[in-house]
Design a protein around this ligand. Sequence first.
Ligand code: SF4
Ligand code: SF4
Length: 128
Amino acid sequence: MIKIRAHHFLCMQGFQGYGYNDEFVKHMGEIVKYIKENSNDSIKIVNYCDEVCSMCKNNTNGICEKSSSVDFMDKKVLLKLRLTNNQQIIIKDVFKLVGEKIKSFEDAYEICGNCSWSEKCLWICKLK
Ligand code: SF4
Ligand code: SF4
C-alpha cells in the first residue's frame, strides 16, 4: 500500500509536469498515473516523507527540509477532510472528499498560500 502525506492529495491533482528536477517529475508522473489507474485501492495517510518525497531533493534521510510548511499544509488538509494520520482510505474516496470539502479559492489559499508552486499548480488555479 502506498503512503501519501495529506497535502499531496492536492498536489497530485495539480500536477502538470513541473517539479524540482527531472527525476522528481518522472516519479510524480508515475504516481499520478498509478492513482488514476488504481482508484479502488487503498492508500495510507502519513505525516512523514512519503512516496512523492522519495525522489525529492528536499528529502534528506527521510526528513523534509521544508517540514515546517509542509506539516502545516498536512494538518490543514486533514482538518478540512476530517481524516487522521495513519488512516487507510480508498483512493477515489479521498479525492471525492477533497472536491466536497475544499471548494473555494479561500479554502485552498488557507492551505497552499505559501507554496512556491501555486502559480503552476492546476488544482489551486482551477479554484481561482
Ligand atoms: S499549491 Fe502547492 S501545495 Fe498546494 S496543491 Fe499545488 S503544489 Fe501542492
Ligand atoms: S518538499 Fe518535502 S514534502 Fe514536498 S515532496 Fe519534497 S520532501 Fe516531500
